[in-house]
Design a protein around this ligand. Sequence first.
Ligand code: SAH
Length: 410
Amino acid sequence: MTTMLGLTLEGRDVVFIGGGDVAARRMWRMLQDGARVSVVAPEVSDDVRELIDAHDLPWTARRVRASDLDEAWLVHTATGDRATDARIAAWCEARRVFCVNASDGAHGSARLTAEARAGDVVVGVVSDAGVDPRRTARLRDAIGALLRDGTLPVRRRRRTSLGRVDLVGGGPGPLDLMTVRGRRLLAEADVIVTDRLGPGGALEGVDPDVEIIDVGKRPGHHPVPQEQINELIVAHARRGKRVVRLKGGDPFVFGRGGEELAACIAAGIPAEVVPGVSSAIAVPQAAGIPVTHRGVSAGVHIVNGQGELSVATLAALADPALTTVVLMGVAALPRLAAAALAAGVSADRPAAIVESGHTAQQRTTRTTVGTMARDAAAADVRNPAVIVIGDVTRAELLLPQREGVEGATR
Ligand code: SAH
């Protein structure tokens, strides 16, 4: 029978007998945990040699003697010779030192687990019966995947006094376009502050006692002012809660993530940002529009359509080598088009409007600067939508060019 213990190896002597590849892998792992590793082996593999050099490990370059084990808390034997490994295991037994025996089919008084880590959670897999490393590794991988995608209840039950805030980018909509780190933090959260653009389904399956606060903004309505959102996340973190501020896309792309992070910094609250897939790039992409394309567009100008059109935006719109991506621009389309035309942007500059990218309702309207206001109204274009202006929006951009046809028509 095996009893699994969580050992703290930090600062403790672990003696490796034998310096082959198995030893190298495990040595690396124990060094990560802060163990004081030493090696006894007449010769060592290149990998072990590297670890010895990198960490300045004591290496006794000869065959093992019983006295080599005197200072050890734990011994790892992988000499490549079963009889030797068995003898070392017996020496350990006599000294009451735990021993990992890496000989095929054997295991000593201690066994290494196949280990999965996510955040501060460590899960070890070990079999009570025979050794089957492939099986334990597969199980470890499966558990690791669940841990990381937030399927398992990793939320802390015991409060520490230290709260924190994570600003998590949820991506453009589908849950599987959210980062693994974001999913994990969501599963660990005590409080989730969310709005309309967060990914669908992200909040299904969170514990019923997790507090979910919707501060959703609809265009023209601001149910919870930004100031209050900042105060809210800080206040919950001050009470020792783990707060996730979940946002659509990326927190730092028109997501007010900067303001929220600044509020946390000012309040002395530990805070981090988890990037998300931004609609500025991923929504055009969903419609088959690369925001840059060799020979067509050498740069992207991303702009908030609600503001006044700056000189730089007008220049980008007029520059045939640039793509302009407008977020929050549906209501401003007529004004945008008029300003662009007045500034001399060619009326037949191609454009596309992509609504609800990466969802089942996704729709693309191909148009031009000259006709986009009219086309959008005729098609009843709605939020959320991304407006893309530039040659990359030509419908035939990625299609094979027919020979003899110059600049295929749309
Ligand atoms: N932080 C977000 C952007 C927030 S501003 C990001 O990085 O994606 C909100 C704007 O994003 C919307 O007005 C719209 O222009 C765009 N948007 C977000 N999700 C979208 C989607 N699925 N389809 C189309 N546009 C989207």
